[in-house]
Write a protein that binds this ligand. Structure first.
Ligand SMILES: NC(=O)c1ccc[n+]([C@@H]2O[C@H](COP(=O)([O-])OP(=O)(O)OC[C@H]3O[C@@H](n4cnc5c(N)ncnc54)[C@H](O)[C@@H]3O)[C@@H](O)[C@H]2O)c1
Length: 278
């Protein structure tokens, strides 16, 4: 029995290796919609950021994955091959950003796509939440994205233009009880997106925000599926559905800047409260 288990394990390892090598081959030979683009994706080690990094690489981009999760980030970059690299990044740290930009430019040239995706969520009512928790959420979700744009815009200019995609939330479109810090940070990111679009349009840099509803990732691993039950599309979304939107913004949405792209299963479409009374 033990021998069989080892055999199956070896078989699986071989399959995983073959799959990774096929993935690497596909990525390194890709001529897709993102060919010639050079992207930085923050929070790219897992969840939505990892799906965006993977899709961009498949579609021909070079990608620098920045994250505080070194192991997961390195593993993903390894899977994606020579067109991707991992760099340790704490988005709330200016020196960390400088190091990532230097590494990304040395490896792949000026950056043409910046995805500010790194984010954290802390629950707590306004009367109860620890001030430090509020500050931590703002440092990553809002200051981190500002610092990203602040650091990378000169590179986007060197590239002759490009796109910034800021991952906000439906919490940047409406309020959520017990999510004051998160909601305020995501509304702030939406406002910052519009300001950046106004400032950078003449440099041929578009800036848009994405507003996901509930997406199944490690961040929402503990959340009940019932959260999505009242939506017109009554399920959690997938990270890949957000990655598809990011690619659309980067490649196809050439007349869109300073605006919101919503992928929320209809969560913010309105209320069914009157129907529910029948
Ligand atoms: N999952 C959802 O339902 C959902 C919905 C709306 C918006 N979002 C937003 O999408 C983004 C990605 O969320 P996710 O669900 O993939 O979350 P996740 O927790 O699975 O992944 C977030 C990633 O960000 C990284 N990160 C955290 N702090 C960082 C820092 N200081 N510097 C660099 N990296 C850091 C984490 O290590 C992690 O890899 C977040 O901004 C989140 O607020 C998620």
């Amino acid at each position: 029995m033990a021998g069989r288990a080892v055999g199956v394990g070896h078989g699986l390892h071989r399959l995983v290796r073959a799959d990774r090598s096929a993935e690497r081959h596909r990525t390194e030979n890709a001529v897709g919609s993102m060919t010639g683009r050079n992207a930085i994706v923050t929070g790219g080690a897992r969840g939505i950021g990892a799906a965006i990094a993977r899709r961009f690489a498949y579609e021909g981009a070079t990608v620098t994955i920045g994250d505080v999760q070194h192991l997961e980030g390195e593993r993903l970059a390894d899977q994606l091959g020579a067109s991707a690299r991992f760099e340790p990044l704490d988005v709330a740290d200016a020196r960390s950003w400088e190091a990532v930009l230097t590494a990304a430019e040395q490896a792949f040239g000026p950056v043409s796509v910046l995805v500010n995706n790194a984010g954290i969520l802390r629950t707590g009512g306004i009367a109860d939440q620890e001030p430090e928790a509020f500050r931590a959420v703002f440092e990553v979700n809002l200051y981190g994205a500002w610092l990203g744009m602040h650091t990378v815009v000169p590179s986007l200019r060197r590239a002759g233009g490009g796109v910034v995609i800021n991952v906000s939330s439906t919490a940047g479109l409406m309020g959520y009880a017990d999510l004051g810090a998160y909601t305020a940070s995501k509304w702030g990111l939406r406002g910052l997106t519009k300001t950046a679009a106004l400032e950078l349009g003449r440099d041929h840099i578009r800036v848009c925000s994405i507003h996901p509803g509930p997406i199944r990732t490690p961040m929402t691993a503990e959340m009940d599926e019932a959260i999505a039950a009242a939506q017109p599309i009554a399920r959690f979304g997938t990270p890949e559905e957000i990655a598809a939107m990011a690619e659309f913004i980067a490649v196809e949405a050439t007349y869109s800047t300073g605006c919101e792209f919503v992928a929320d299963g209809g969560a913010t479409a309105g209320s069914t409260i009157l129907n529910d009374q029948d």
